[in-house]
Design a protein around this ligand. Structure first.
Ligand SMILES: Cc1ncc(COP(=O)(O)O)c(C=O)c1O
Length: 404
């Protein structure tokens, strides 16, 4: 059966060949290309976005006595995993109603004692209120980390996401704006911090990075699997876990290596085109979904150019969410419930939490209400009509304009 993947970038032959033929300057070339997009005097490459985030946090930890890191109470589980890996405590803060972002009023009222850093994860490619976050961080002598793992190419009032505050990251993982089958970068705009990030990055070396042939081969296999005609089959193979969320702070930290760096640099040339295409698909989806469904569609904040990665929709009643998700999946639409729980309920994180911001009903509601729709190359007009028809069947024709 034809089945759309939830997310993913199909790689082109020239890109796979670039990985295969990667030369010794590939890492330096990728650093230069990234610096043109996210102005930062220092860029460090890593084997994953998590490793980049951990390196930044570990470097900040070396330079301060503070040990808490603020994260949104609903976010990608890799974010708290990186915090714990850096030997720090996770301090979740409640979400704003109808947004996938901090409740800034609560953040402003929070007790910031012992807070080292605040992370803006810019989920789904939607920029957070980065200017205000930077102001709050500065007022409390904490550091903003602008995490563009899902938002590379997005901007806020003309400035690139990843480029706010003293440091940021991006990711070249499989489900990201561009992919190199793994990898990430840390953007550093503070010379002293950069010295410590370099030292931490050195301590990460160990496991060798993947060879060129392995990167090109995996890229070819992934590209085949992303085709709607093969995705169902690929997903059912043993050992393939598509979209599974696990909390794992003990992740490996190999170097990115020249093959993945060469691949990332090549695909980076297509970033704007890929983001534009996903943006058009999000617009087409919004047109049908806004027409009389009991769904809420979080909007980008004013002044933001998003880098839509998937289109999150919110179903006000959680039982309806599960029903709609199952119906979309049964129809072959790669819809996903994303992160299974709010941060304070992540199994295994209990001992590393600071719950001074509790309770988090908004984050729990988001975890129970969100469905992310795919914005992948195979998404066609007929799929959008199918998404609409299935939603009509499950939700009826009631209309919800507000998320309350
Ligand atoms: C917001 C956010 N930050 C960090 C990461 C970590 O990136 P990676 O998967 O490359 O480790 C991810 C992805 O998992 C993410 O979504």
């Amino acid at each position: 059966m034809r089945k759309l993947p939830p997310v993913g970038v199909a790689l082109q032959m020239g890109e796979l060949l670039a990985a295969l033929r990667a030369g010794p300057t590939a890492e330096a070339d990728l650093i230069n290309a990234l610096q043109e997009r996210v102005p930062s005097p220092h860029v460090f490459l890593f084997g994953s976005g998590r490793a980049a985030l951990t390196a930044l946090l570990s470097a900040m930890r070396r330079r301060s006595e503070r040990r808490r890191v603020i994260v949104p109470a609903y976010t990608c589980w890799s974010v708290p995993a990186a915090v714990v890996r850096a030997g720090l405590r996770v301090l979740p803060v409640e979400m704003a109603p109808g947004l996938i972002d901090y409740d800034l009023e609560r953040l402003a009222r929070l007790d910031w004692s012992d807070v080292l850093a605040v992370i803006s994860p810019n989920l789904f490619g939607l920029p957070g209120d980065l200017t205000r976050l930077q102001g709050l961080a500065e007022a409390h002598e904490a550091q903003l980390i602008d995490d563009a793992a899902q938002a590379l190419g997005a901007s806020l009032r003309g400035a690139a996401v990843g480029g706010f505050g003293p440091a940021g990251i991006c990711s070249f993982g499989r489900g990201k704006n561009i992919t190199a089958l793994g990898g990430g970068a840390a953007f550093v705009r503070d010379d002293d911090l950069a010295v410590d990030v370099a030292a931490v990055a050195d301590s990460f070396r160990g496991e060798p990075p993947p060879e060129s042939w392995a990167v090109a081969g995996k890229g070819a296999a992934m590209t085949t699997a992303l085709s709607p005609f093969f995705f169902g089959l690929a997903e059912s193979l043993p050992g393939v876990h598509v979209g599974r969320t696990v909390y794992e702070p003990n992740f490996p930290t190999p170097a990115i290596g020249n093959a993945r760096a060469a691949l990332a640099a090549r695909v980076l040339n297509r970033l704007d085109q890929l983001n534009q295409r996903r943006g058009q698909m999000a617009e087409s989806l919004d047109r049908v979904l806004l027409e009389g469904h009991a769904l809420a569609l979080p909007k980008p904040r004013s002044g933001a150019v998003p880098a839509w990665l998937r289109r999150p929709v919110l179903v006000p009643e959680p039982e309806r969410r599960d029903e709609l998700l199952a119906a979309w999946q049964a129809a072959g639409i790669g819809a996903s419930a994303m992160y299974p729980a709010a941060v304070h309920r992540i199994p295994g994180l209990e001992g590393d939490l600071d719950l001074r911001g509790a309770p988090f009903p908004g984050a729990e509601r988001l975890a129970a209400s969100l469905i992310a729709l795919p914005l992948v190359e195979g998404l066609q007009r007929e799929d959008i009509d199918l998404i609409d028809r299935v939603a009509r069947n499950v939700l009826g024709k009631r209309r919800t304009d507000r998320w309350v």
